[in-house]
Write a protein that binds this ligand. Structure first.
Ligand code: SAM
Length: 206
């Protein structure tokens, strides 16, 4: 591995209509994981979205495909044939993650909205399960630092208890750090609040 090469940037290509709180919390946590200086939000056209994201990284109106050449990037796509390896990072300028919220079951939106636009990119998965944006970035960072994918513990499915009678089930995969799932605690609080049903329904209707 090239130890002294410039570290590739992490790019979240914004692909949703709007940035709701769920998406924003994942972006916020991604910034905490890799650092603001190493995170780019690309394809951000709306002023309101730029304002929300600029606290957590560099914001670009251009799509990642206009910023980086296809040969110099890794695209993370759950449907990719090959798993991500530490050596994939050699000579790369960016690793690109879809700014797409989870669907259950997954609809393959990463392929249509992202991978198809980078014909010469290195396309990789981090396993077959669907991870969150920040969880994906956590895993990719560890692999980029030399940890083999199979050495990163994960938990499939996460249950958040709301009270004695109710719980929320998240059907996604979460990497574990010190035995605990990597998830933004602000998101956990939001998911356990009444506000979420109202907000996310409004976004879906829009
Ligand atoms: C919450 S996922 C959304 C996936 C989307 N529902 C789909 O069906 O393609 C957000 C992003 O995290 C990355 N990601 C999530 N799980 C992954 C996996 N198993 N392998 C590679 N990338 C993954 C992808 O870049 C994806 O666009």
């Amino acid at each position: 591995m090239q130890r002294n090469a410039a570290k590739p940037k992490f790019v979240i290509e914004h692909l949703e209509q709007d940035i709701g709180k769920w998406l924003l919390y994942e972006c916020m946590y991604a910034s905490k994981i890799v650092g603001k200086g190493r995170l780019i939000f690309a394809n951000v056209k709306k002023e309101s979205a730029k304002a929300k994201l600029s606290t957590f990284g560099t914001v670009e109106e251009k799509s990642a495909k206009e910023i980086f050449s296809s040969e110099k990037v890794i695209i993370l796509d759950p449907k990719a044939k090959d798993p991500l390896k530490p050596e994939d990072f050699i000579g790369k300028e960016a690793i690109i993650i879809g700014g797409i919220l989870g669907d259950h079951p997954p609809k393959g939106r990463t392929g249509k909205l992202l991978t198809e636009h980078f014909p010469k990119a290195t396309v990789r998965n981090i396993g077959r399960a669907q991870f969150s944006i920040d969880g994906t970035i956590y895993v990719a960072k560890l692999v980029g630092e030399g940890t083999p994918l199979e050495k990163i513990p994960i938990k499939k499915g996460l249950t958040l208890r709301l009270n004695k009678y109710a719980e929320v089930y998240l059907p996604y995969a979460y990497p574990l750090k010190d035995g605990k799932p990597v998830i933004c605690q602000k998101l956990v609080a939001y998911l356990c609040s009444d506000e979420i049903v109202e907000n996310e329904e409004k976004l879906l209707r829009a």
